[in-house]
Write a protein that binds this ligand. Sequence first.
Ligand SMILES: [Zn+2]
Ligand SMILES: [Zn+2]
Length: 85
Amino acid sequence: MAVGGCFCGKVRIQYSGQPIASGLCYCLDCRKLTGSAYSYNFIVDNTQLTITGSPKEVAKTSDSGNHIRNYFCPDCGLYMIRPEL
Ligand SMILES: [Zn+2]
Ligand SMILES: [Zn+2]
């Protein structure tokens, strides 16, 4: 089981299975979201994912034209999850 959360602890994530896949992404959105050269992502089964707290949703159209939604802690601002690609 994997557990984690944001910097202030108000949003928590728990996953009970193994990730379906993982990978690196270095697109502009991922670089802005992480403040790094790339993001490291896991694809997981939503039925095994539990989120507590109230993450804030920010939606936009990516440079590739895909509609994406990202979630952040509303208090500390830490980027938490992107539920779809
Ligand atoms: Zn927080
Ligand atoms: Zn990306």
